[in-house]
Ligand binder design. Sequence first.
Ligand SMILES: [Zn+2]
Length: 86
Amino acid sequence: MTDQSEAWPPGEILAAYDWQDGACFRCRDGARSVAHIATVTAPGGASVRLLMCGSCILREEELRLSRAIATGATYVPGRIGRSPDS
Ligand SMILES: [Zn+2]
């Protein structure tokens, strides 16, 4: 079995997302490049777009990678907010 952690440099992981200007919902750091992760419905029915910055995405992808290695699953970057197990 190949070491999956060697297979994905940060640049390639980040390239799996579409980038725009905005504020990260996790670290609240505004005015930087963020990727649209998901759209959730807030209490009251309004749609809220979840945007995440590169640092937070890489942290989250790292967790997903460790989880994939631990469970023997195949890790695919670019799926934060899209996979049913997140
Ligand atoms: Zn962030």
